[in-house]
Design a protein. Sequence first.
Length: 176
Amino acid sequence: MSAADSPIRLELYVRSLHPGTAGDRQETVVERLQTLEREGAIDEFQVLVWGDRMPGSPADARTDAGLFALNRAAVFAEWADRNGFTVDEFEHQRIESHLLGETYRTLSVPVMTLAEYAGADLRFVGPVSGPEETVTVLDRLDRLAADGDDAAAEYESLSRTYAEPPVGLTLAPNDD
């Protein structure tokens, strides 16, 4: 099966389910994902909660979820670099814990990150910025709604990057 014939799966990573403005944006995006799935523009989607920070390195990751999140961030950065973008808002930070008397590094994450797969191939990550354009999560969903699978040709895919999220990272399955 070629990537063009593969099921289109979207993953929406969120820091948490926010109240207020951020929560309204998340709700809008989830509603758009449901519509895209219902209309057949995508085959499925998942919403995953990965918190506001992740370990700064694999050595600092103490759980499968931490290792998974770090791997995803690295794959997202590789896809973005290959396509002339940077993934917005992923930033290394140094945290000083006065309570524990130690300093450690973390990686902060955006409020929402969208990953789009055709089979096992990563074909889009957002939000991203480049010298010529910025593509938000909603921009990409608009493009998928308007152009369906033709949207795949816009960017170079990263082959064989999909991995199942560990148990506990995925919210309730999409039953709509």
